[in-house]
Design a protein around this ligand. Structure first.
Ligand SMILES: Cc1cc2nc3c(=O)[nH]c(=O)nc-3n(C[C@H](O)[C@H](O)[C@H](O)COP(=O)(O)OP(=O)(O)OC[C@H]3O[C@@H](n4cnc5c(N)ncnc54)[C@H](O)[C@@H]3O)c2cc1C
Length: 416
């Protein structure tokens, strides 16, 4: 069956949009599917701020003209630091409208292999045939829920990705479980909207990063200790920022540095906001049961109590078998390690022509891939790999490297 597109990109978050921007610029026939910034818009709490610094929160396009600074200049919308999620979503939408105007806000239902490429079936029934597929489907299906809460309805116990508007818990007693940025920020937001919140951390203490901001920003010290994306501990951060170098390290070193770089912690600016929040460390929930409109918790210190809601900010465990759109035959052809595909050059999996970007690339390209900062490297790499592969098979590209889109600065008056 003849392919109708060169590449299909699945996903319109930071990775999908950046990859599509670069692929578009090479003049390939690209179809892009997904809802613009949907995970940020719907699965993170309103009022949240990004933990990643300014430089590490940029989407990538050829020449990088579509930065957050360009967004501010073009729209007149001011972006404060740390970056509020509302503005980041607006930035993503603005980026999409300039760099990926060919995005189709449609859902992919199934991807299957067929002779000469892939068959991509959309939820509305259309079938697209393509030579390559770039999957940037994000982490939403990988949310980790604790088994202790398995029998409870969502009204009583939910994952943090299921709660966008935390003000609905005003006046209620809420336990937040977890010790990472998401747990800490959710606890702060709940406290600020007058919920009676307790943060329960399994570890003996909450770990903080950016406690002394000058260590990250004061030159030349900051630049020696931390690379620009600021992912990972001092010095290790430099290897993390160079995925091609990171890939060459012995596997044991990669695994150890990956764990160190993405272990749960909170950014220092949250600390004052948690001053009046009750934080219990070294404590875990042993069991939970519904008692009318409330949940009864039995805790590891022998105590028990009733709460109105339990919010599990317990993170995400990558397992691409949970991407419902991957056909079973495709999944069984993937070489996986603990749910992550093993990726070769150009983020290509063991299924030729099938690429994975974002969190599923963590095993092969390192912890940078868990963050927006990795989108630039991933997008450039996948676009050059796909383009070279096309040249190798002797097919001409219509308009190699089109000029990057120009941004016309115009001010739009609106509320701050
Ligand atoms: C609470 C929280 C806070 C975070 N804060 C930061 C931060 O400050 N800085 C940072 O760098 N990282 C942060 N992260 C990590 C962040 O999620 C990732 O960096 C980023 O979202 C990865 O982008 P992505 O493009 O891979 O995925 P996503 O942004 O999740 O995008 C996935 C895309 O796939 C699309 N999609 C999914 N399934 C289908 C389908 N079947 N058909 C079509 N489209 C589909 C969706 O519509 C969406 O457009 C945070 C994560 C969480 C949970």
């Amino acid at each position: 069956m003849k392919a109708t597109s060169d590449v299909v990109v699945v996903g319109a978050g930071p990775y999908g949009l950046s990859a599509a921007a670069h692929l578009n610029a090479y003049g390939l026939k690209v179809r892009v599917f997904g809802e613009t910034m949907s995970f940020w818009d719907r699965n993170m709490p309103e009022g949240m701020c990004l933990r990643s610094p300014w430089e590490a929160s940029q989407l990538s396009s050829p020449g990088r003209p579509l930065t957050i600074d360009a967004f501010q200049a073009a729209t007149g919308k001011e972006v404060s630091r740390p970056i509020p999620i509302k503005r980041f979503v607006e930035y993503g939408r603005w980026f999409q409208s300039h760099a990926v105007p060919n995005l189709e806000q449609r859902k992919v239902a199934e991807i299957e292999r067929e002779a000469g490429g892939f068959r991509v079936r959309l939820a509305d029934g259309e079938v697209v045939r393509c030579e390559r597929v770039v999957i940037a489907g994000g982490i939403a299906p990988f949310a980790v829920k604790l088994p202790q809460f398995a029998g409870l309805p969502r009204e009583l116990a939910s994952h943090s990705s299921e709660q966008r508007d935390l003000t609905r818990f005003r006046g209620q007693k809420v336990v937040v479980i977890g010790g990472g940025q998401s747990a800490l920020e959710s606890a702060a937001l709940l406290h600020e909207c007058q919920a009676d919140v307790e943060l329960m951390v399994r570890e003996g203490a909450v770990q903080w990063t950016w406690q002394r901001p000058w260590l990250h920003t004061f030159q030349p010290i900051g630049v020696v200790l931390y690379a620009w994306p600021d992912v990972g501990p001092a010095f290790i951060s430099h290897a993390v920022a160079r995925p091609n170098l990171y890939r060459m390290l012995p596997r044991s070193v990669q695994d150890s540095w990956r764990i160190k770089s993405i272990r749960p912690n909170g950014v220092g600016w949250l600390k004052p906001r948690l001053r009046d929040v009750n934080i219990s460390t070294g404590l875990a929930v042993l069991s939970a049961a519904a008692r009318g409109d409330q949940v009864e918790l039995k805790l590891s210190d022998g105590s028990h109590g009733l709460v109105d809601h339990v919010l599990m900010a317990t993170g995400y465990h990558v397992d691409v078998r949970k991407y419902e759109f991957l056909a079973t035959s495709l999944v069984s052809a993937l070489r996986l390690v603990d749910g992550c595909p093993i990726l070769g050059r150009g983020f290509e999996s063991s299924v030729p022509g099938l690429h994975f970007l974002g969190a599923p690339a963590v095993y092969s390209y390192g912890p940078l891939m868990r963050f927006v900062a990795g989108a630039d490297f991933a997008a450039r790499t996948v676009a050059t790999t796909v383009t070279r592969a096309r040249r190798t098979v002797g097919r001409q590209i219509a308009h190699p490297l089109r000029e990057p889109p120009t941004v016309v600065a115009h001010r739009i008056s609106e509320e701050a």
